[in-house]
Write a protein that binds this ligand. Structure first.
Ligand code: SF4
Ligand code: SF4
Length: 388
């Protein structure tokens, strides 16, 4: 018997979380006399903030089976795919390798996608692409856990996912083994209790082959080596892209195959009426996302935006740019075009998006050492005052 689990996480923000989960699977499997290995797909390339990345765990009854299973770069036909941020249900795009990969693409038919989310399975299904085969969608209730490169947010998301995996695929790891591994690794009975609770609470829904987002994910073909230009010549990207119908304005040329929308957990919503055209967002955006429109407004291009939040931080006008949870949006169309078409309807749309604080409450992890401790201290103070 072999079994494999793929954990899809946000680069840097969830780097340690992904590792904890796949390592925990292997440690638990060893309690049952199995062998296993946990590894990141990006061992050979750098991670970036938010860019979807993967960690895998493969377990087997014998070393021969394990070796046979590992004779490929990225395991396909995984028993379980774990998405530790529900906005990953919109798809996974990693460095312009193949376009947008549906979250269930590497899940085997009949396998399970496990998502940490406060949304229901039906809501998540609007984002997950159709698979063309039956699969299962499991929800572990909870918000996305983001930390940072140097800090780990020990909010038990790791062991909760392990408990849920034991429920979904006990042939890979059983709950008793997960509990024993947690005791060995973390020596924390509270974490054992969290794993057990998640095991009992994970909700599962069967998904039919034709259920889910019907859109065809964006894809492109990588050139074969014999199709490339001689002498390692890589065509440059034009400095400016012409926009049909624009008289004036400026849109920089961009890599036509690297769409960064799968990198976002939040996106900026721009209020063009209060914008003073000060240019600061355009200057400061690290991904050169802002198109300068013929009217002199700055339109964050949703194919290029990685959702870092710098523009919100630097915009000097209150509520002119607001970062909003990515799950509140469908599509990546231009906000400026919508504004030009119907300014009143756009204003109402902006108001609705930025006032929905239940879904705008997101973070990008920690920015300084000790921030987690500060957050815990703040929570403790909130608890003492009766807060939640
Ligand atoms: S969030 Fe703002 S600053 Fe960051 S990439 Fe998107 S448009 Fe640029
Ligand atoms: S920083 Fe704010 S006010 Fe300045 S151009 Fe950008 S959106 Fe407008």
């Amino acid at each position: 018997m072999t079994g494999s689990v793929e954990v899809v996480y946000r680069g840097i923000f969830q780097k340690h979380l992904g590792q904890h989960i796949t390592r925990g699977i292997v440690l638990a499997a060893r309690k049952e006399g199995k062998v296993g290995i946990s590894f990141g797909r990006y061992g050979d390339s750098p991670e970036r903030n938010g860019v979807p990345a993967k960690s895998f765990a493969v377990v087997a009854d014998t070393e021969e089976e394990l070796e046979a299973h590992l004779a490929r770069y990225e395991p396909t036909n995984n028993d379980i795919t774990v998405a530790v941020d529900d906005t990953l249900c919109k798809g996974v795009e990693s460095w312009a390798w193949y376009g947008l990969q549906p979250i269930n693409k590497l899940t085997r038919a009949g396998g399970t996608v496990l998502v940490t989310s406060m949304q229901t399975a039906d809501e998540l299904l609007k984002d997950c692409h159709r698979k063309g085969a039956e699969w299962n969608l499991g929800v572990i209730p909870g918000t996305a856990s983001f930390s940072g490169l140097w800090v780990y947010k020990d909010d038990h998301t790791d062991v909760r996912v392990l408990g849920a995996i034991a429920k979904v695929a006990p042939r890979i790891v059983k709950l008793a083994s997960v509990e024993a591994a947690i005791r060995d690794e973390w020596k924390d009975e509270l974490k054992v209790a969290s794993a057990r609770k998640a095991h009992d609470r994970v909700s599962l829904r069967k998904v039919a082959p034709d259920e889910g987002n019907p859109e065809k994910p964006y894809e492109f073909k990588l050139p074969k080596w014999q199709e490339m230009k001689e002498g390692l010549v890589i065509p440059g990207i034009p400095v400016k892209e012409e926009v049909p119908g624009w008289d004036g304005g400026y849109r920089p040329g961009r890599n036509p195959t690297f769409k960064k929308y799968a990198t976002r957990t939040m996106r900026p919503v721009v209020d063009f009426e209060t914008c003073t055209k000060c240019t600061i967002c355009w200057l400061q955006c690290p991904d050169s996302c802002f198109d300068v429109t013929p009217t002199g407004h700055y339109d964050a291009n949703m194919e290029a935006c990685c959702g870092c939040g710098v523009c919100e931080a630097v915009c000097p006008v209150k509520d002119c740019i607001t970062m909003v949870n990515e799950q509140a949006f469908e599509g990546n169309s231009s906000q400026f075009e919508a504004y030009e078409k119907d300014a009143a309807a756009y204003k109402a749309w902006v108001k609705e998006k930025i006032t929905d604080k239940t879904i705008t409450a997101r973070s990008h992890g920690f920015r300084y050492r000790g921030q987690y401790e500060d957050e815990l201290a703040g929570t403790a103070a909130g608890d003492a005052k009766g807060g939640d």
